[in-house]
Design a protein around this ligand. Structure first.
Ligand code: CP3
Length: 344
């Protein structure tokens, strides 16, 4: 059992904590030699499909870095294959979908997700991670947001301009709505199954929604994000994360979430003021700052904590995932700096 008053869970409820809790997106990844060693032997997907190894990768950063939460080792794209869209993780280009969704007929061919049947290894990894964490820190489950998943499905991989995504959205709004509703249902099923298996908070990654105008966000994204968040099991904190969304913060907050994740392109105090203090905030150190010398890192941590003003409901994190080149000692120093400089 994790203590329900653990600083991470208390911060999710905007309660006072003895120090600001901290974890890092992609805290389990290629910058860590323990991970690279396993990756030399297994493919990324094999690691995701082996609950014993996924749990080991989930727990290692907690022990190594001293962070206040674990995030499940998995990926936002795992649910695409059981929805009928095979994908590959290539070495250099990231995920690649060779038959992307481009038409209404493609959308209609997608299958409903039955997560317990098709992704049992994810939930077994949740149970094994909880057992291995043994109550030390809470476990965060996660999924991609409908928009970010749709962008991968339609583009066939990462993108700069999201041209195919926007073309479908504008030219066939019915197909777009159908796609977003299907993805929203899948994400709700998937996250609720993670929660049933033992996830104590969930983060929804809308990593690429910053490419949208406020008007289009409201029209094409927001209803589906609201439906997703309101479909989740009550009482489990939801972190709503995105990047490049300084101009969308009010709309993002209105779509839902207990904690709003922000990146480093906005000052944390200005972001929080716009969001309102009746919601928590997560962020927002530039991941590249971890390449700086240690005293510089400490200074930047102090600056973010100053902007948070000691208000309850701040969870310290990077503004996006740890970069593969990051020295692990710098991550450890950052976590220590957060704990020391925020102690109250
Ligand atoms: O945060 C964690 O430590 C938990 C694990 C986690 C992974 N992916 C493992 C992973 C999480 C939370 C994710 C989320 C994810 N996956 C997102 C949202 C976050 C973000 O970065 O915006 C997205 C967009 C993906 C899709 C994805 N998966 C991409 C674009 C890539 C390739 C590029 C990259 O950063 O490696 C992946 C592969 C992936 N997911 C790796 C890991 C550890 C690297 C795989 C490898 O070992 O080669």
């Amino acid at each position: 059992m994790t203590n329900p008053n653990h600083p991470f869970l208390a911060a999710c409820r905007r309660e006072k904590t003895p120090y600001t809790p901290v974890w890092l997106m992609r805290q389990a990844g290629r910058y860590m030699k323990e991970y690279r060693k396993l990756r030399a032997e297994f493919s990324f997907l094999d690691l995701c499909k082996r609950p014993d190894l996924a749990a080991e990768i989930t727990v290692t950063p907690v022990e190594r870095l001293g962070v206040d939460a674990a995030i499940l080792f998995a990926d936002i794209l795992l649910l695409l294959e059981p929805m009928g869209v095979p994908l590959e993780y290539t070495k250099d280009d990231g995920p690649v979908i060779s038959h992307p969704v481009r038409t209404g007929a493609d959308v209609d061919r997608l299958k409903e997700l039955d997560p317990d049947r098709s992704l049992p290894f994810v939930f077994e990894a949740v149970r094994k991670s909880r057992a291995a964490l043994n109550g030390k820190v809470p476990l965060i489950g996660f999924a991609g947001a409908p928009f970010t998943l749709a962008s991968y499905l339609i583009e066939g991989g990462g993108s700069r301009s999201y041209i195919h995504t926007k073309r479908l959205m504008y030219s066939d709004p019915g197909a777009w709505r159908n796609l977003m509703e299907r993805l929203s249902r899948a994400v709700v099923q998937y996250l609720n199954a993670q929660i049933t298996a033992g996830a104590q908070a969930v983060q929804i990654f809308d990593s690429w929604v910053g490419c949208m105008s406020p008007e289009d966000y409201q029209k094409y994204v927001s209803p589906h994000m609201s439906a997703t968040i309101s479909g989740l099991t009550d009482g489990i904190p939801v972190i709503h994360f995105s990047t490049g969304t300084a101009g969308l913060l009010r709309l993002i907050r209105a779509a839902g979430g207990d904690i709003i994740g922000v990146d480093w392109r906005v000052n944390l105090d200005e972001a929080w003021q716009q969001l309102g203090y009746d919601v928590g905030i997560q962020g927002n150190l530039d991941p590249a700052a971890l390449l700086a010398p240690l005293d510089e890192i400490r200074g930047k941590v102090g600056e973010i904590l100053r902007r948070a003003g000691g208000r309850p409901g701040h969870i310290f994190n990077l503004g996006h995932g740890v970069l593969p080149d990051t020295p692990v000692e710098h991550v450890i120093a950052m976590v220590q700096a957060v704990h020391e400089l925020s102690a109250r």
